[in-house]
Ligand binder design. Structure first.
Ligand code: HEC
Ligand code: HEC
Ligand code: HEC
Ligand code: HEC
Ligand code: HEC
Ligand code: HEC
Ligand code: HEC
Length: 415
């Protein structure tokens, strides 16, 4: 290795990282009771490397990860990420008889311009895209270091612009400030500062878009540096392997973002995989906040209330491989049920299937059905088009009515 140019410099970096790791260890041991110090030491000890640096050694995971909803959950405002149309025939949203919003593509960027009685009322640039667009996208604009929500969002089922959730639908506004938790759940990192008036300022240069490798595996610069330096080492160092964590730790790592809105006890981005979530935030079931952001489910809460969950060692990875997009594949998901509910085994389905129905083709539409969200309220330009959204319930149970509908829609009958 000594013939490599820059050997000394790299080695020095490793040494520094090593010392920091050791110091970190002492720090954590010495001040174990002081959580914020431990977190601080943790963060300094190991900076982010960026997912592009994982590609060299984990190519398969990297290649599928970059097309996942996680990775695409926040992006810079570029045309390839904005799903709404800027085509002249489709780039307007008529708010009411006096108010119209135009979505424009110009040489300097993308804009939402509100016109009241044909006079410009306010014009702001798309600064960030939130949402991969499975269900919808919303857009943010920057004013100095503060982020605000633009008044017009995008609703995927109808492939059209809509009023941003939470904004009044009668009068146009641009006032909604983006709280830190919004970025905490939709991005990997951002340095935040709470300003004297309580507003949250984001350091845009520190922003890591998307839910990237290091959001789940922890900042990994030391891991990358170590393995580049030691290409024959097959045992991973300086990186969090979720498989080595306890069940609750693994669940908490997903529940951070998949248990609905929570009340934070510590600043956004404090939590890391391996931590205990309740030390950082507590569940905050508030119908009002939920109603304003209807796209947000609580898979953790529903799953953990299921008998299936309580009677087994199941966690999210029992069914999901988060490194790839696995959707609309009931046979694949059913195969994950069958790892515990073997066909012809004692713990399998007690429904006697009518002729023509293969249970193992689709356990989920009967036991984890798509149910209409009660929270959905998105105003469309044509109110008749407003439809309820369907969400996959994570309460695994027996749904007799759903079974009846399922059999009827497949022209089958139990009799
Ligand atoms: C120079 C090669 C190299 C690079 C770059 C690299 N890794 Fe690794 N990584 C390894 C090796 C070797 C292992 C151990 C064998 C394995 O699990 O593949 C490993 C294992 C892992 C594991 C499993 C941990 C365990 O205990 O088994 C995770 C998670 C991981 N890497 C994440 C990352 C992330 C995230 C990045 C990018 C920020 C990254 N790696 C970049 C070489 C690398
Ligand atoms: C930092 C927050 C965060 C963490 C941590 C997180 N998720 Fe997500 N997850 C999201 C967001 C946000 C979305 C929606 C992304 C979008 O479409 O913009 C999502 C989407 C998903 C989806 C739907 C993907 C699709 O292709 O439709 C699955 C499944 C999922 N997450 C599972 C998990 C599991 C399992 C874990 C834990 C290993 C996890 N998530 C951890 C925030 C997170
Ligand atoms: C507690 C974590 C959390 C917070 C806070 C949060 N989100 Fe989400 N968001 C999610 C998850 C998880 C999903 C995917 C939900 C699902 O499919 O059930 C999601 C979905 C979305 C979607 C739809 C994405 C898609 O591809 O369909 C949009 C848009 C969105 N969120 C915007 C926001 C905005 C704007 C804020 C802040 C004002 C915010 N979210 C705050 C976790 C969060
Ligand atoms: C949403 C969270 C999440 C993201 C994002 C994520 N991982 Fe993972 N990763 C996991 C979980 C959970 C496991 C353990 C899976 C299990 O228990 O079977 C894992 C396991 C691994 C492993 C161990 C080998 C294996 O397949 O079991 C490696 C290596 C790894 N991840 C690398 C990466 C890299 C590289 C990226 C980005 C390109 C990435 N991960 C993105 C959650 C994530
Ligand atoms: C027993 C299997 C199973 C377990 C365990 C499980 N899921 Fe799922 N999940 C599914 C199935 C099936 C779907 C639907 C996939 C599809 O639409 O094709 C799904 C969909 C999702 C979606 C997309 C929801 C939507 O309505 O679009 C998210 C987000 C998600 N799961 C998160 C999680 C999280 C977080 C956990 C752990 C708390 C978890 N899941 C545990 C089976 C499971
Ligand atoms: C990790 C193992 C595991 C996985 C994976 C799993 N289950 Fe279960 N499930 C169990 C256990 C254990 C029970 C409790 C059995 C008992 O009490 O007799 C159970 C119970 C159930 C029940 C009965 C619920 C009730 O309220 O009576 C249903 C239905 C069910 N599971 C369906 C599913 C489906 C569908 C999937 C896949 C989407 C699945 N399970 C995945 C272990 C699992
Ligand atoms: C057509 C709908 C349908 C499909 C498909 C289906 N189930 Fe069921 N399942 C039911 C109904 C209804 C019951 C309750 C039947 C009864 O009255 O005992 C049930 C009962 C169960 C139970 C509880 C058994 C008990 O002893 O309490 C389990 C576990 C289960 N199903 C798992 C599965 C698995 C795993 C699959 C896929 C291989 C599957 N089911 C496919 C409708 C379905």
């Amino acid at each position: 290795m000594a013939h490599l140019p820059g050997f000394k410099k790299q080695n020095l970096t490793i040494l520094v990282i090593f010392i920091l790791v050791c110091l970190g260890g002492i720090f954590c041991a010495g001040f174990g009771s002081s959580k914020s110090q431990a977190i601080h030491a943790h963060k300094i000890q190991n900076p982010y490397a960026g997912s592009a640096s994982c590609q060299g050694c984990h190519k398969d995971i990297y290649d599928t990860h970059i097309s996942t909803a996680h990775y695409l959950s926040s992006r810079p405002a570029q045309e390839k990420y904005i799903k709404g149309s800027f085509a002249p025939s489709r780039n307007h949203f008529k708010f009411n008889n006096f108010t119209d919003v135009a979505m424009d593509k110009t040489d300097s960027g993308f804009y939402q311009t509100a016109y009241i009685s044909d006079m410009i009322f306010q014009r702001e640039a798309f600064g960030m895209v939130i949402g991969s667009g499975r269900k919808g996208q919303t857009y943010l604009y920057w004013r100095d270091s503060t982020l605000f929500q633009l008044p017009i969002s995008y609703y995927t089922p109808l492939d059209s612009w809509c009023v941003s959730p939470g904004y009044p639908s009668a009068v146009i506004f641009f006032y909604k400030k983006i709280p830190a938790n919004c970025i905490e759940c939709h991005a990997s990192f951002a340095k935040t500062i709470t300003e004297p008036d309580g507003a949250i300022a984001f350091d845009s240069s520190s922003l890591i878009y998307g839910i990237d490798c290091e959001r789940c595996h922890g900042p990994s610069a030391a891991h990358v540096a170590f393995h580049l330096q030691n290409p024959n080492e097959k045992i991973a160092r300086y990186v969090i392997n979720p498989k080595a964590l306890s069940r609750q730790q693994r669940l908490d790592a997903c529940a951070l973002c998949h248990s609905g809105f929570r009340k934070e006890k510590l600043p956004a981005f404090s939590f890391q995989e391996g931590d205990k979530l309740d030390d950082f935030s507590t569940p905050a079931f508030n119908d009002k906040t939920n109603a304003s952001l209807d796209v947000h489910g609580n898979q953790y809460g529903l799953l953990t209330s299921s008998k299936c969950f309580k009677s087994s060692a199941m966690d999210c990875s029992s069914c999901h491989n988060v490194h790839r997009t696995e959707l609309n594949d009931p046979v694949l998901f059913s195969s994950r049920c069958i790892t515990c509910h073997q066909e012809h085994g004692p713990d399998t389905c007690s429904l006697i299937p009518p002729r023509g129905l293969v249970l193992s083709d689709n356990c989920i539409d009967c036991h984890m059905p798509l149910l209409p969200s009660k929270k959905i309220f998105l105003q469309m330009a044509d109110p008749k088009k407003s439809t309820p959204d369907l969400v996959r319930t994570h309460r695994i149970a027996i749904y007799p009515d759903i079974t009846k509908k399922f059999l009827a829609s497949h022209s089958l009958d139990t009799k």
